[in-house]
Write a protein that binds this ligand. Sequence first.
Ligand SMILES: C[S@@+](CC[C@H](N)C(=O)[O-])C[C@H]1O[C@@H](n2cnc3c(N)ncnc32)[C@H](O)[C@@H]1O
Length: 233
Amino acid sequence: MTLQNFQRLAFVLIRNCLFGGNIASLRFILSPRKFATYQQACMDLWAVYCDIGLPSVSLSRFLNYKEDIKIGLWNIKTLDIMGSSTANMKDRLIFATIAKVTKPKVVFEIGTFRGESAANFALNTPEDAKIYTLDLPPSGGELTPHNNSQKQSNIIDRQIIKQRCTEIYVYESIEEGKKVVQLYGNSFDFDFRPYYNKIDLFLVDGAHNYAAVVKDTNNALSVCDTKKPDKLS
Ligand SMILES: C[S@@+](CC[C@H](N)C(=O)[O-])C[C@H]1O[C@@H](n2cnc3c(N)ncnc32)[C@H](O)[C@@H]1O
């Protein structure tokens, strides 16, 4: 670990401990991972209750649906409710519900990881749907120099990239997985032009730094909407 990464990690740990920590969190003091996850969850909730960040809205209002719906979730037994996995149960329920209600014909995802969200999209989209999922090439398990030059690619990304799928993606283990098309490349310089105006639903779930999220979001807006929404800056 470089000195810069170490400093960044120390900063995050101290910040979370000071602001996310409370007496109850002392219970986890001997399990550093749970300790950090709990504090991060507290900070996330704090931001929601303080209305910091994007405004939140209930899913049924956002999607404008009233009736009950049935969704499929891949391997629900392994999902943490709040957990520190790349997407927890709440996230997966939300992705699956959005897919089920909006019935997209073409989905694009940045960030395959082990293929779990792709599997859930496959389970909750129409039979003839197609799901494109993009990740860094298997050989390029490290962040690319392009990403590094942003100096914002963080420790979380390095760890996630190391834990990526090495053998088969989970969508390959289900019948519906045949809807999934695996793509490799860095979303920073991936050519999205062939997908312009062809995507109905887009999940931005790749690199976790501001510059990457802005770029990925702008690409998502370009490929999804014919009305050309305003770009983020
Ligand atoms: C949070 S995980 C995705 C989790 C997955 N969507 C799920 O819910 O199952 C992030 C993934 O993005 C990939 N990634 C990071 N930077 C990327 C980039 N610049 N271009 C493409 N993929 C990237 C990582 O390799 C990692 O697999």
